[in-house]
Design a protein around this ligand. Structure first.
Ligand code: GDP
Length: 326
């Protein structure tokens, strides 16, 4: 695979197989593949297409795949092209990916206007972040209108997805007041819309109450500069019965339109680009510590520190001066 121009052209033409191959390339850990991936991404730069990137998080069982299936079909029904990417930091451990089982989104996976990509199996969050960002870039180049980025609500993955999304949705289950405390404040602060799912049947009343509780909690949060008066907000849906999904989409569009007209949409993307640049520099510097020659130099220097020949601070200073200059 060397003809980037051809591959880039196929991607720009919306060729799904070329897109899938390109994502496989950016996911590869091989050095030669990495070089090719960077060249491809560079060839595609400046295509001028922009998708709406929607991050979606929620604990297992809350209804993420059901929601994506119903919501995705609603969007494709409106003629929009939808890509679904998954970020699952635990996939490496469990040996499979959360989207690996296509039956999770049976209808959507058969839809010509939808593209579903399972989570790359990776152990390191930094690697997952880079691959997901690059997959987003590729889907955007391929002309998708909406990119849904799903993650399970564990650890750092929510922050990561929020930092690569234009909108961040948090899916919640109907629950009693006490359980409201279970959602970490930091995660609530990242969300643009809290979606209380399963507002149907016996759970409907509880869902409405949960929604009211969260609306109250949201009012107590500090106002963000990039939000209009009425956001962030909480609402109920039933992904299973496909209720409230149009309303949720309207809210997303309203928020996006407002941010675009106020310049926040672009400025947030600019800030995100900077965030990822800095994150990647940090990641790579840390990775270098575990590679030669740094690794050996550290070990040697550590021995001098242990024997009392040099103080910890002096040793660090000397080491960094040798390898990074002053
Ligand atoms: P995920 O683990 O977050 O992807 O959750 P799933 O989409 O797999 O859903 C978990 C369970 O909740 C399944 O049994 C779904 O049928 C059910 N579920 C999802 N959405 C709804 C809903 O809107 N209403 C009800 N009653 N059940 C739902």
């Amino acid at each position: 695979m060397t003809d980037f121009k051809e591959m880039a052209e196929q991607i720009l033409a919306g060729n799904r197989r070329a897109l899938a191959r390109a994502i496989t390339l950016v996911e590869s850990g091989r050095d030669d593949h990495r070089a090719q991936a960077l060249e491809l991404l560079d060839t595609l730069r400046g295509h001028g297409r922009q998708a709406l990137r929607i991050g979606l998080s929620g604990t297992p069982g809350v209804g993420k795949s059901t929601f994506i299936e119903s919501f995705g079909c609603l969007l494709t029904g409106q003629g929009l092209r939808v890509a679904v990417l998954a970020v699952d930091p635990s996939s490496a451990r469990s040996g499979g990916s959360i989207l690996g089982d296509k039956t999770r989104m049976e209808r959507l996976s058969r839809d010509r206007n939808a593209f579903i990509r399972p989570s790359p199996s990776q152990t390191q969050l930094g690697g997952v972040a880079r691959r997901t960002r690059e997959a987003i870039d590729l889907c955007e180049a391929a002309g998708f209108d909406v990119i849904l980025i799903e993650t399970v609500g564990v650890g750092q993955s929510e922050t990561m997805v929020a930092e690569m999304s234009d909108l961040f949705l948090l899916l919640l289950a109907p629950a009693g007041g006490d359980e409201l405390q279970g959602v970490k404040r930091g995660i609530m602060e990242m969300a643009d819309i809290l979606i209380i799912n399963k507002a149907d049947g016996d759970l409907k009343t509880t869902a409405m109450r949960t929604c009211a509780d969260y609306s109250g909690a949201l009012r107590l949060l500090r106002k963000r500069a990039y939000d209009p008066e009425t956001f962030p907000k909480a609402m109920t849906v039933s992904a299973l019965e496909e209720n409230g999904l149009e309303a949720a989409w309207s809210e997303m569009q309203e928020l996006t339109d407002w941010r675009r007209s106020e310049g926040h949409f672009e400025s947030r993307r600019v800030a995100q680009a900077r965030y990822w640049f800095e994150a990647e520099v940090r990641d790579r510097l840390l990775a270098r510590l575990n590679q030669e020659p740094m690794r050996g130099a550290m070990t040697a220097m550590a021995q001098q520190v242990e024997s009392g020949d040099v103080s910890p601070s002096q040793a660090a200073e000397q080491l960094l001066t040798v390898y990074m200059g002053r």
